[in-house]
Design a protein around this ligand. Sequence first.
Ligand SMILES: [Zn+2]
Length: 136
Amino acid sequence: MKYIDPLPVTCPGCAKTAPYAVASLLALRATCTFCSQNLEAVGREMRGAIAETSAFIGMAEVAIAIERELGVVVTDSLLETCAAPRDLVVKLAEGDAAVPLARLETVVCQKLAELLERNVKSEDLTMSWKSLFGHP
Ligand SMILES: [Zn+2]
């Protein structure tokens, strides 16, 4: 997810709009050009939106990997009920007996490791998508 940089922001204090560097907004260091109010709330909101988008993309990537490798269909409505990779693994294993849990786990761990560029163990699957992907 990318923001226009500099990003036009309307100050919550004085309601005037000015362009601000995305880096300073995200670092929570931006202050209003007109009234000097701290724009921290705007930066926090941006951080939250970035975390949510990253989590959503990560989840979609994992779902696609499962579909490709195991030939199972992962529906959007199923994904919506899974806050963590573990939920997805368990629900798919319960829903389709042809897919063994261990196999699902392996595919999910491999894909997560590839996306996060780090080692992913079975225990990591209980972490929420947001905590897995939310921190750049
Ligand atoms: Zn202001």
